[in-house]
Design a protein around this ligand. Structure first.
Ligand code: ADP
Ligand code: MG
Length: 177
């Protein structure tokens, strides 16, 4: 997967447990404003829904309403910021046309934040400036690793947020990639 996009940089986070995945979602909720689309990739069970749940909870959404919408392509959660979270799971999507039939073009421009699970299945339909998060199982353990590809300024703020969060078990982040 090629994430080398001009102006974007990949930051790595080790996520020791479920709470760490929630915390990453929360952290991203402070960095992502209206209009941002976050493309989530990773195998079944990698943590895409958990990250979305942490993101939404931090914005006042009842976390129990944030489920993996396996048979529901699109869920909407109003946030305490006055804008909406659009949560998509496109696992069962047959083609990008079906995704576009949902009116995603307008939704991406509607001033909410979109989080798209299995985003690579709809890669052609996503905004070119979407943030990307690849979640993977860490070999030999239960933990996960997140590769977070975001605009340079967001990458810097993500690193700054982490260094003030001393209780976390995340390890080093490469200076650049
Ligand atoms: P996905 O949406 O990618 O299929 P989920 O978010 O539903 O995955 O997570 C699957 C399971 O993995 C859940 O039981 C969740 O609690 C757990 N989980 C999430 N993040 C971590 C982590 N960093 N370490 C261990 N387990 C995790
Ligand atoms: Mg899911």
């Amino acid at each position: 997967m090629n994430h080398s996009r001009a102006g974007f940089r990949t930051v790595t986070r080790e996520l020791a447990d479920d709470d760490a995945t929630m915390a990453l979602g929360e952290c991203l909720s402070r960095l992502a404003g209206p209009g941002v689309t976050i493309a989530l990739n990773g195998n079944l069970g990698a943590g895409k829904t958990t990250l979305t749940r942490g993101f939404a909870r931090a914005l006042g959404v009842d976390e129990s309403t944030v489920s993996s919408p396996t048979y529901v392509l699109h869920q909407i959660y109003p946030t305490n910021q006055g804008w909406l979270i659009h949560h998509f799971d496109v696992y069962r999507l047959e083609d990008s046309g079906q995704f576009e039939d949902l009116g995603v073009g307008e939704i991406f421009d509607s001033g909410g934040v979109c989080l798209v699970e299995w985003a690579d299945k709809a890669a052609d339909s996503l905004p070119p400036d979407a943030w990307k998060i690849d979640l993977e199982h860490v070999a030999g353990g239960l933990a996960r690793r997140a590769l977070i590809t975001v605009p340079e300024e967001i990458a810097r703020r993500l690193e700054a947020a982490k260094s003030s969060d001393s209780g976390r078990s995340d390890d080093h982040v490469p200076a650049s990639e």
